[in-house]
Design a protein around this ligand. Structure first.
Ligand code: HEC
Length: 297
């Protein structure tokens, strides 16, 4: 046993010395000055064969190193504008696809991508390129409940409405504050009133995507642009406006044929509130989402 062990040890030691010596030799070759062609241990990384422009090769049948363009390909960026202007009228579906993707890459529609006009000012309303449909508001509601409700509350009332807000010493704003209302104003120079940026759709969009930063550059609210598309961010803006309308709008703004429906929902909600008043904090349940019922129903 003892001899087997020591033999093994001798072998291991010899192997290690051998490795160190080989390593040294290779390192030596690398740094050595010589007129002879260098030794190459891994030549594939040293020489990557390439064709020079305008040269000959026997690799391709036509003998040209430069390859002609594959028929039908269109160079990316070949379009002069982001509109549906088409270069090859017979293939407009492809052209539209390309120009749409080019617009996405260039992101030069500042209203849609930044919530700002060409001069860098926040836009007042959701841009016309966004179709505000029930579907979009629904997508906004879903994402709001995922990304915003934990702090601002499912109802957007801020303060103790959200789970985080309840535990947090830092005040979380609620969106029913008049300064977040659409078209909110604030005192301007010489006793005038000017639009408050907090009332602009473009500003809300910017906050959703990039968060809130104070003048000293400290982050007060994280941005959530990484988690959603621009389209859905506009959906959140639309949903926030919808939430505001539920408390700040009037019954006259509801289409006549749907007022009865609203009255019924109101009555049911009032009943539920009366029944659950003793059970726990109100305003923390997402409207329309399944929340665990206290009765276990
Ligand atoms: C981690 C908690 C948290 C989450 C999540 C969160 N916010 Fe905020 N939000 C804050 C806090 C805190 C402030 C107040 C920042 C300040 O001005 O000091 C704030 C401020 C705001 C403001 C007001 C900005 C201003 O200038 O007055 C808006 C609007 C807003 N949030 C929207 C959203 C939306 C929409 C989402 C979801 C995409 C969201 N927030 C997600 C914590 C959060």
């Amino acid at each position: 046993m003892v001899t087997a062990h020591s033999n093994l040890r001798t072998l291991t030691a010899a192997g290690l010395i051998g490795l160190v010596a080989l390593g040294g030799a290779m390192a030596g070759c690398r740094g050595e000055r010589s007129d002879k062609p260098p030794r190459q241990f891994l030549p594939d990384m040293d020489d990557s064969p390439k064709f020079k422009p305008q040269t000959q090769t026997d690799f391709f049948e036509d003998g040209r190193a430069m390859r002609p363009r594959v028929p039908g390909t269109v160079a990316f960026g070949a379009f002069s504008s982001t509109s549906d202007e088409v270069a090859t009228p017979d293939d407009s579906a492809v052209d539209q696809y390309l120009s749409r993707h080019r617009a996405d890459l260039l992101r030069d529609d500042t209203a849609f991508y930044q919530g700002k006009d060409a001069s860098g000012a926040y836009i007042a309303r959701i841009p016309s390129s966004v179709q505000v449909t029930t579907q979009l508001i629904e997508a906004g509601r879903k994402q709001f409940n995922i990304s915003c409700a934990s702090c601002h509350g499912y109802d957007g009332a801020g303060g103790a409405s959200g789970t985080v807000g309840r535990q947090w010493a830092y005040p979380v704003p609620g969106f029913y504050d008049p300064k977040y209302a659409l078209g909110a104003t604030e005192p301007g120079p010489n006793g005038s009133t000017v639009p408050a940026k907090t009332g602009l759709d473009g500003y809300l969009f910017d906050v959703i995507r990039n968060g809130v930063w104070d003048a000293a550059g400290a982050n007060k609210m994280p941005g959530y642009g990484y988690a959603m598309s621009e389209e859905v961010s506009w959906g959140i803006v639309a949903y926030m406006r919808t939430l505001q309308a539920t408390r700040q709008g009037s019954l006259d703004e509801v289409p006549g044929e749907r007022r009865g429906e609203l009255e019924r929902i109101r009555a049911a909600a009032a009943q539920q509130q009366a029944a659950g008043a003793a059970a726990g904090p109100a305003g923390s349940t997402p409207a329309g989402d399944k929340a665990p019922s206290k009765e276990g129903k």
